[in-house]
Design a protein around this ligand. Structure first.
Ligand code: GRF
Length: 191
């Protein structure tokens, strides 16, 4: 999906469920002249997502979609994405797994960031599991999304060293800092 020089930026939606620190880093990245993405929409499955404040601060349209009924929620999102001509989706701490049907509408155009060196530690609570297993390294991964959790093709990874007396809090801070750099880098790699 490489964007040839001179082309317009790719209309992008970012999906979140919480704090939104990766969203913030993606917004900053999107504002750079050379960035391939233009963030036209922020979607959350909950109005409680703290990260929604970045939609207000940056005047980016936002939608809150209740996922209690997944099929209806996905149909609604598809309509919104079509209306806004969105053709690239970045998941950033979005806690819902899309159906195969939804993912197939955007082949190779949905990516996600995960705080582990995939394929290790898919799913939640990655840091505690890495520490309990006495891993020497952990890190973060940007990958394509398929309908199996954290299993799509890997785009980029960044490794970080786990030091003596590392805690969940120190490790998550260290990895999050790398996530904020890795996500833009991965987007530049594929767009
Ligand atoms: C990040 O650690 C990301 O890798 C994971 O969820 C967390 C979201 O953090 N998928 P934030 O909302 O971007 O601050």
């Amino acid at each position: 999906m490489k964007r040839s020089l001179g082309n317009k930026k790719i209309s992008t939606a970012v999906f979140i469920s919480g704090r939104g620190s990766n969203l913030k880093s993606l917004i900053n990245f999107s504002k750079k002249k050379k960035s391939p993405i233009h963030i036209k929409l922020i979607v959350s499955n909950t109005k409680k997502a703290i990260g929604l404040k970045y939609a207000n601060i940056n005047k980016i349209p936002k939608k809150i979609i209740n996922f209690k009924k997944k099929f209806q929620a996905e149909t609604r999102i598809l309509n919104i994405l079509n209306n806004k001509k969105i053709n690239f989706i970045c998941l950033a701490g979005f806690m819902i797994v899309f159906s195969k049907k939804f993912i197939n509408k955007f082949p190779g155009k949905i990516i996600n960031i995960h705080p582990s060196l995939l394929p290790k530690y898919k799913g939640l609570n990655t840091h505690i599991r890495a520490l309990k297993n006495n891993e020497k390294f952990s890190g973060c991964t940007v990958h394509y999304v398929n309908s199996n959790i954290d299993s799509g093709k890997i785009i980029l990874q960044k490794k970080v060293k786990i030091i003596k007396n590392e805690t969940v809090s120190s490790l998550s801070k260290k990895i999050l800092k790398e996530e904020h750099k890795l996500y833009p880098k991965a987007i530049n790699k594929i767009l």
